[in-house]
Design a protein around this ligand. Sequence first.
Ligand code: NAP
Length: 242
Amino acid sequence: MPVSTNLTPPIQARTVLISGASRGIGRAIAEQLLAQGHRLSLGVRRPEDLVDTVLDRPDVQVHPYEASDPAAAQTWVDAAVARYGGFDTVVHSAAVFSRVPLLFEASQVGEIEQLWQVNVMGPWWLTRAAWPHLAAHGQGRLVVLVSMSGKRSKGRLAGYTASKFALMGLCQTMRNEGWDQGIRVTAICPSWVNTDMAAAVQAMPAEAMTQPGDIAAITSQLLQLPNSCVPFELALSCNLEM
Ligand SMILES: NC(=O)c1ccc[n+]([C@@H]2O[C@H](COP(=O)([O-])OP(=O)(O)OC[C@H]3O[C@@H](n4cnc5c(N)ncnc54)[C@H](OP(=O)(O)O)[C@@H]3O)[C@@H](O)[C@H]2O)c1
C-alpha cells in the first residue's frame, strides 16, 4: 500500500468577500488569501485606497462598501455574484472602536449609534444579503472579527463592548440557523492586535500584541477545515486574563 508523504493537502480555493480590507486585520487576511489562490471580493469605503498595493490586480474585485449604509451590502453581494457567479465565504472585519464610557456625555450618543450601525448592523445586513449564496454552496463560511470585548467587559469601553457582545449574539444565531445548510461560523476574539485600532494603547508594546498576519494565518487554516471540524470561537489573548 503506497504511503503518502504529502502532509499538506492542496489549498481548496474559495470565493471570499472581506469587509474592512483597506487596513489592519482585513487587509492582512486579503493578502494572505490572495497569495494562496483564493478569489477575492473586497468591500472598502474608498477603493482608491488599494490602488498600487498588492491587492490592486485585475483578478481581485474591489467594491465600495459603507457598513452603515443598509443598501451597500446587497449592492456589493450582487456585484460579487455578477463577477464570480457566487461565493462561499464572508469575512467580517470592518468595525470602529470607541472609548465611550458607561456614563457617556449626551454629546456622545452619536458615537454609540455609529458603533451599533457599523459593528452590529453592518455585519447583520451583509450576512443577510450573503446568506442565500452561502447556503447554496453547502459549505459556506462566516469568519467574524469579534473581540475579547465580545466575551467580557474590561476597562471603560461600554459602547464598544456592548456592540461586540451584540455581534457575538449574532454569531451564535448565525451558527444555529446556518448549521443545517452547511454554513459554519467562527467568531475570532482577539484582545489587542497591532493595527491602527490599537495604536493608542499604552498597556503593552505593539510587538507584544497579536499581529494581523497571525490572524490571517488562522483564517486561512479555518477555510481549509471540513464542516465537522470548524471551531465556533477562538479566544486569542496576547496577555494573561484571569
Ligand atoms: N486591533 C485590535 O486590537 C482588535 C482587537 C479585537 C478585535 N478587533 C476587531 O478586528 C476587526 C478589524 O480591526 P482592525 O484592528 O483591523 O481595525 P482598523 O485597522 O482600525 O481597520 C478597521 C477597518 O474597518 C473599516 N471600516 C471602519 N468603518 C467602516 C465603515 N463605516 N464602513 C466600512 N468599513 C469601515 C476601515 O476602513 P477605512 O480604512 O475606510 O477606515 C478599516 O478597513 C474589527 O472588527 C475590530 O473590532 C480588533
